[in-house]
Ligand binder design. Structure first.
Ligand SMILES: *[C@@H]1O[C@H](CO)[C@@H](O)[C@H](O)[C@H]1NC(C)=O
Ligand SMILES: *[C@@H]1O[C@H](CO)[C@@H](O)[C@H](O)[C@H]1NC(C)=O
Ligand SMILES: *[C@@H]1O[C@H](CO)[C@@H](O)[C@H](O)[C@H]1NC(C)=O
Ligand SMILES: *[C@@H]1O[C@H](CO)[C@@H](O)[C@H](O)[C@H]1NC(C)=O
Ligand SMILES: CC(=O)N[C@H]1CO[C@H](CO)[C@@H](O)[C@@H]1O
Length: 334
C-alpha cells in the first residue's frame, strides 16, 4: 500500500473515531481496504518487457575464412584423411554459408591452437566489442545493468564467463548473473524465457542476454564424419540483447516481448542422443551431430510455432494462415 493510500485510510479512520461511529463502520472500512488491496493485487498486469536494442558481432577482416583457404589449411593439419577432406568440402558447399564467414585467430594456425588461453582470448574478442556497441547505442552504462545472462554451449571456464564480463566493466555487486552452458542452439529460447521470468520478479530492471559459441576449444581433429560437421558449420559470432521492464523503455524500445514457450525433450532418448559431446574411437573429443537432430528439432519447431503463431499473430494473418492450410489440404487431396 502506498503512502498516499495509507494517508487516505487513516484519515477515514480518524474521521470515524471523531464522529463516534459504531464499531460496525470500522469493520466495514477494514473490509473495504482489504478488498481494494486484493483487487489491486489480482488485476494489476505484470509490467511489459521490451527489447530495447541489440548488437551483433562483425568479426575483423583478418579472421575471414574463404572455403578454399579453409580446406587448404586443413589439409596441412595432417590429421584428416582424404575421405574426411572431401566430406568437409561437400559440407561447406552445401551448408548455405557464404565465403564471408570467420574463424578465431587460434584456428588460423597450422596446426590450430586449442588451449584454454586461446578460448579466453576468443571470448574477449567476440563479447567486448558487442557490449561496447550496445552501451553506445542505448546510452546505458554498465552500472545500470541488473541482470546478466550469458549463453555459451561449449566453453565453461572458471572464473565464469559472466564474471569475465562483470570484471571487465566493473559492474555492480548486486547484479544477478547466470551462465547457461551445454545446451547448444536451444539456449536461445531458454535465455529469453529466463530473462522474462526474472524481469517479472525484479521490477524496474535492465537485463542483458549475451550469446556466443567459442570455437577454439570445439575443434575436432579426428576422422569421424558426424563430428567433422562442427568444424564446417560453426563460425565466429555473438549477440548482445538489452531487455528492460522500466517505464521509460516503452518510448525507444524496438520490440515488445509477447510470449515465450519452452519445451524440453531430454526425456526422449532419440532427442537426448542427437547432439552429444564424446570421445571418438581414438580418444579425440568432439561433438557428434546425428541425423535425428533434424527430425527432432523440426518436429518440436513445427508443433510449437503453430501454438506461438496462434497467440501472437494478428487476426488477418490467422485468417490467411487458415486459408493457406485449407488450400494445402486441397492440394494434398488432389
Ligand atoms: C590422398 O590423396 C592424395 C592426392 O590427392 C594421394 O596422393 C594419396 O595417395 C591419397 N591417400 C589415400 C590414403 O587415398
Ligand atoms: C592458413 O594458414 C596461414 C598460415 O599458415 C594463415 O596465415 C591463414 O590465416 C590460414 N587461413 C585460414 C583460413 O585458416
Ligand atoms: C555461472 O556464473 C556464476 C556467477 O558469475 C558462478 O557462480 C557459477 O559458478 C557459474 N556457473 C557455471 C556453470 O559456469
Ligand atoms: C545461445 O547460443 C547458441 C549457440 O551456442 C545460439 O545458437 C543461440 O542463438 C544463443 N541464444 C541466444 C539467446 O541468442
Ligand atoms: C505447449 C506445447 O504444446 N508444446 C509442444 C511443443 O512441441 C513438443 C514436441 O512436439 C510437444 O511435446 C509440446 O507439447
Amino acid at each position: 500500500m502506498s503512502f498516499y493510500h495509507y494517508t487516505i485510510a487513516t484519515s477515514f479512520e480518524a474521521f470515524l473515531l471523531f464522529q463516534n461511529y459504531e464499531p460496525m463502520f470500522h469493520f466495514l472500512l477494514i473490509c473495504f481496504v482489504l478488498l481494494y488491496l486484493l483487487l489491486k493485487h489480482f488485476l494489476s498486469k505484470p509490467s511489459p518487457i521490451y527489447l530495447i536494442d541489440f548488437s551483433c558481432l562483425k568479426p575483423p577482416n583478418y579472421c575471414r575464412v574463404p572455403f578454399s583457404t579453409f580446406l587448404e589449411n586443413a589439409s596441412l593439419f595432417e590429421c584428416f584423411d582424404n575421405e574426411s577432406m572431401s566430406f568437409m568440402e561437400k559440407v561447406l558447399h552445401s551448408s548455405g554459408q557464404s565465403e564471408q564467414t570467420y574463424l578465431p585467430p587460434s584456428l588460423h594456425f597450422v596446426p590450430p591452437k586449442t588451449h584454454h588461453l586461446e578460448s579466453i582470448k576468443e571470448f574477449h574478442m567476440v563479447i567486448f566489442p558487442i557490449m561496447e556497441d550496445l552501451f553506445a547505442k542505448t546510452k546505458i552504462s554498465p552500472f545500470e545493468i541488473d541482470i546478466l545472462i550469458l549463453n555459451c554451449s561449449g566453453f565453461c571456464p572458471s572464473p565464469s564467463l559472466t564474471s569475465i564480463v562483470v570484471n571487465k566493466y566493473a559492474m555492480r555487486s548486486d547484479i544477478k548473473t547466470y551462465n547457461v552452458s551445454g545446451m547448444g542452439c536451444s539456449a536461445s529460447a531458454l535465455c529469453i524465457d529466463l530473462a522474462q521470468n526474472l524481469l517479472r520478479v525484479h521490477k524496474n530492471s535492465n537485463a542483458i542476454v549475451l550469446s556466443t559459441e567459442i570455437l577454439s576449444n570445439g575443434w575436432y581433429s579426428g576422422n569421424e564424419k558426424s563430428k567433422l560437421l562442427i568444424n564446417c558449420l560453426f563460425r565466429m559470432g555473438s549477440a548482445a540483447i538489452l531487455l528492460s521492464n522500466k517505464k521509460e523503455a516503452s518510448k525507444n524500445a524496438k520490440y515488445l516481448l509477447l510470449r515465450t514457450l519452452r519445451t524440453l525433450r531430454a526425456f526422449d532418448d532419440k532427442a537426448y542422443f542427437s547432439a552429444i559431446r564424446e570421445e571418438d574411437s581414438d580418444g579425440k573429443l568432439g561433438v557428434t551431430l546425428k541425423r535425428d537432430l533434424l527430425n527432432v528439432a523440426g518436429e518440436t519447431l513445427r508443433s510449437n510455432i503453430s501454438i506461438l503463431g496462434s497467440e501472437i499473430l494478428p487476426i488477418s494473418e490467422k485468417f490467411w494462415e487458415r486459408c493457406d492450410k485449407r488450400s494445402w489440404k486441397r492440394v494434398e487431396a488432389w
